[in-house]
Design a protein around this ligand. Structure first.
Ligand code: SF4
Length: 282
């Protein structure tokens, strides 16, 4: 069996940076407790390992002890939460991905200039919740072309994208938005890492009999990769680790493709390759 691995798979720049910063905290830790505001990345194995090493995930900032440290994950947080954290006696270690920070700045700038804000993305995703928090939660969040119908006609608006949506979703919705907004300023803020992962997954999914997408079940960019692969390859499966791979399903497969979401560490990709390779020898 031939194994094709997508050129761009696994940890992106922002996640790599955040995970390194988190492990640096573990290694250089003083006596203060360290918390992560929400799961640090959408990968249960990494989150569990960090918890074992003392980084506890919290969902509300009132769970924080005085003099503790709080890690802000790559998705970022709303402005109001920053302000509340600053009032507490805690050390803020900000790991917000610079690409997400840029989106927050764009939104905040246009909001202050009196523009309506439109975010194309998933309204329940922490990144979108965070970005919306930089325009006083006033954004219209559009999740599908149908949502554009319920949008009121607007005089002037600035539209940005959740960094992990597909190019197609951006283009389809943007075309409709032009019919609803007189003056529309658009920033395609889909990040380059997302674009590259999606194009390389699309490319290899056309060349294989089976695609394996590795990544957290709660990872937005992994779900998008799965959808893209499914269009080209009926036999697409998503797994979080090698344990979930059933070698029987690979029995008649001649070429298998592998891609991985931006929160998937290299060792998990390697374990999947090792399992497939070991099955091939049996
Ligand atoms: S996917 Fe892009 S925006 Fe999101 S953390 Fe990675 S590099 Fe940053």
């Amino acid at each position: 069996m031939k194994i094709l691995i997508a050129d761009n798979a696994g940890f992106c720049f922002g996640v790599k940076r955040a995970v390194k910063m988190a492990y640096d905290q573990v290694n250089n830790s003083d006596d203060s407790k360290t918390y992560s505001y929400g799961e640090l990345i959408h990968n249960p194995q990494v989150v569990r390992d960090l918890e074992d090493k003392g980084i506890k995930t919290i969902e509300h900032i009132d769970e924080l002890d005085e003099n503790s440290k709080i890690l802000i994950r790559t998705h970022g947080i709303p402005e109001k939460i920053y302000d509340e954290l600053k009032k507490k006696k805690v050390e803020i270690i900000d790991m917000t991905c610079p690409f997400v920070k840029r989106v927050q700045k764009i939104v905040n700038g246009y909001y202050k200039k009196g523009y309506s804000i439109v975010i194309i993305g998933d309204r329940n995703h922490p990144e979108v919740i965070g970005v919306n928090g930089w325009c006083n939660n006033s954004a219209y969040v559009i999740q599908s072309t149908d949502d554009v119908n319920s949008l009121p006609f607007l005089d002037k608006a600035c539209v940005v994208a959740q960094t992990t949506i597909t190019q197609k979703m951006w283009e389809d919705i943007l075309a409709l938005l032009h019919l609803k907004v007189k003056e529309l300023i658009s920033y395609n803020t889909i990040c380059d890492a997302t674009n590259k992962r999606q194009s390389s997954a699309e490319k290899i999914s056309k060349e294989v009999d089976m695609m394996i997408v590795i990544g957290g079940k709660n990872s937005s960019n992994t779900q998008k990769l799965k959808k893209i692969c499914e269009k080209n390859c009926d036999k697409t499966v998503q797994v979080e680790s090698a344990d979930e791979i059933d070698l029987i399903t690979l029995k008649d497969v001649k070429t298998v493709g592998i891609t991985a979401g931006a929160s998937t560490p290299d060792y998990l990709i390697q374990e999947v390759i090792d399992k497939i390779t070991s099955g091939r020898k049996e």
